[in-house]
Design a protein around this ligand. Sequence first.
Ligand code: BES
Ligand code: ZN
Length: 962
Amino acid sequence: MGKGYYISKHLATAAMVLAAIALVTIIALSVVYNREKSKNAAKFTNATTSPVTPTPKTSNEPWDKYRLPDTLSPEYYNVTLWPRLVKNVNGMYIFTGISGVMFTCVKKTDLILIHSNKLNLTLFKGHHAKLMGQSGVTAPAIKTTWFQTEKQYLVIQLEGKLKPGKSYWLYTEFTGELADDLEGFYRSEYMEDGEKKIIAITQMQATYARKAFPCFDEPGMKAVFHITLIHDLETTALSNSQEIKNVIIDETAVTRTIFGPTKKMSTYLVAFVVSDFKYIITVYENYLFGLSKVRIWARKKAIEDGQGDYALKITQPILEFFEKYYNTSYPLSKSDQIALPDFNSGAMENWGLVTYRETALLYDPRTSANGNKQRIATVVSHELAHMWFGNLVTLKWWNDLWLNEGFASYVEYLGADYAEPNWNMKDQTILYDLQRAFAVDSLTSSHPLSQKKEEVNTPSEISEMFNTISYSKGAAVLKMLSEFLTEPVFAKGLGNYLKQFAFGSSVHSDLWDHLQKAVDQTPGVKLPYSVHEIMNRWILQMGFPVITVDTRTGNVSQKHFLLEPDAVVDRKSEYNYEWFVPIKWMKKHQVQDQLWLLQKSALHKPMKVSKNEWVLANLHVSGYFRVNYDLGNWERLLSQLKSDHQVIPVVNRAQILDDAFNLARASIINITLALRTTKYLLHEREYIPWEAALRNLNYFFQLFDRSEVYGAMQAYLKKQVKPLFEYFGIISSNWTTVASGHTDQFTQIIALSLACSTGVEGCRELTRSWFKKWMQNPHNNTIHPNLRSTVYCDAIAAGGTEEWNFGWQMFQKATVAAEAVKLRSALACTKVPWLLNRYLEYTMNPEKIRKQDATSTIGYIASNIIGQPLAWDFVRANWDYFFKLYGTGSFTFSRLISDVTYRFCTPFELSQLKRFQKDNAETGFGSGTQALQQAIEKTTAKIKWLAENKEPVLQWFLSESA
Ligand code: BES
Ligand code: ZN
């Protein structure tokens, strides 16, 4: 197609107009800057220039609601920002900005509410904004302007009314702090060649665009953005759209980059970056725009090192895959992806300028593990999936976030699979989504995927939506939907949905409508009920069913699966906790027709089987439910696993293990039956079942590693993993190479780490000698990247101060982010309490541990048996600090709570948890509220379970390890 790259006439005219206002802009921004310089700009709150008018709590005024009124609709913004990458006279980093928004009045009103947070707005004749009418309309005069700080509004009350159908121009000038707080427009720092470098970057999702410029900051309020950035000559500016002009202003040594107008888009997807980063580029043939630029940006050193090459290589096939899958061209004319040294989440899907933390985009073949490579493929795929689903069509409000994130989390596997067909990506969803979701969705403190829009209002409530339920349950439920509709029908409905709502916004039922239409148009596909009726049961009620197949009678029944069998479910469901369940299944050797379980219990004669047959339900684990059987069928499945496990599909082998352990935890089956599912592992060589087993056994480790069960359990596992360790010893020429298959390399890591932790002869000697060799020659690390995490952790755990200090030095010197993470997590493996305590202290010092890494570092420490109580004490002692830093906005906060309480299983720990809840009831737990409830519920369940099961577990391990 190759239409070549050109700037259209429209764009050229727009550029000229923008150039004409450029000088004015520079002057205006300088004025703003100078004015600010002379002021004491120490405090950047909305309240600095105007007193906040207190409003009573019960007030029902529009500015006391978190949602914007439906009176105004933005059309486009002109935003010019100038970040200062050096400190000002007050020792602060700031940015100055001017912004205009053209909006249309939809309903008559004398009130303008626009989001603005922590910005210091300039006064014009005593007001914080100027208002002008468009096309000959006279705007009413401003009566007063003030800030509703809690709701983050600039409130503009007018003398007269705005007229429906007429457009107005609202203009503001402001300064803001370019803080290192990872939110809004912020700064990131890193060292290069002994020099400290500073860059300015953004993170707007979910409610931080208002911290960069005043805006109607709701996802449904889409508009076009004209962005201009002013920056030093030696830096580059990037934004969502293509730069169309770069004007150097000689005298001031600054330049101005003007970007073309964006497509109509949401504020949370706006992004800008000013840095001295380098890039690599390729062109991508796009049917809409001809050739589009695809660039990967990162620190100069990282790009020169080739660390961006892998991401660049996979971007092209992934975009190609999604164009086909969505049946829609990539909607933009360029795609930039940039790796940032300070970034709160893993990655962010800003339209046309996707931002990543370094580990999610940069790959160094010499030091990164294949797991790091897989992470990059899935994250890139996830974010690029959003370019259509989420960005082109956006869910109207955050209550439907599950559909946006759940969808991207499902299709990320499809995109990654297309780019890396030999990685068995699609099967891995059961580990990273289905099983992860089951773990929280089996608690009474879970919640439905879809919340009512009235239930999600505050920034913390929005932030709390970014959780395992939205991501992982969302992905698992959508996968089930796609499978029972069949993929072509799912993709067809999806494509039509994207066409109808392109550049607009939708609610989840709009997608169901289009899928239903696709079903109606496809003769072969029959559903027992409509897509709406089936899906409502999965998204409007929390939890999932356990399906019990009784092969003696052919009876199939369902029951809400709860980890704590006697738990009381307070949350009512209009569907009575019953689901319409699509069950794919097989009888020994034969795949059968899918059946639908539409009531509590039903007779399905084909499931009645004779003595030498077995039934396997939830074939290929396409459904979001667990399965239980009559004991006879369990026995026959176990003996099949023992005699020839490969007759059962690999993901089902993993699921049998995970179901059995969890059914036992819920006291539905006997724990010894669950433990027996691990016996066949002697013959298992596949990654997914081993990983599923390991997770369930790890759960046992943390329950029992303080009791006498531990020794017997170790002995049994040692016996089980020994053949795997020996197998990999042989195929890797005594651990000098790694296995060739991608997932086999993962299994190899499991073999090494489990063999070393259970004390298989020869294992620890190997890993410790590798580490020692490295300590003797720090410039030549010969440990294979795949094995480094295990080796580092093991050696630091076995060692003392010397090993720790060496690890710390190597961490500080690491130039590849993935290597730094391996060391950062291994440093938490030490058994020396004072080292762990000092390491905890480091998490409050960004010079030592970056803010983006603080909570995960505490989590690593908490997963260490010695570190757990230290981490818990540390978090409680510094609660105010953590709450202030992460409590309301950051989704990592809930992780912090679940990480430090993860090992809790005693009545004493439970009472501590409850005490903690009580002591902090007044400030609350912000975005960690659900996590705390989950911790209490999980601990309660564990205490009860342990009381009943500890003895049989001990006896079983003793008898099996003898
Ligand atoms: N939209 C999110 C990033 C995000 C998360 C912003 C939470 C604000 C709050 C992005 O698409 C995302 O989901 N990123 C993931 C990685 C992904 C591969 C699951 C992340 O950051 O962990
Ligand atoms: Zn996402």
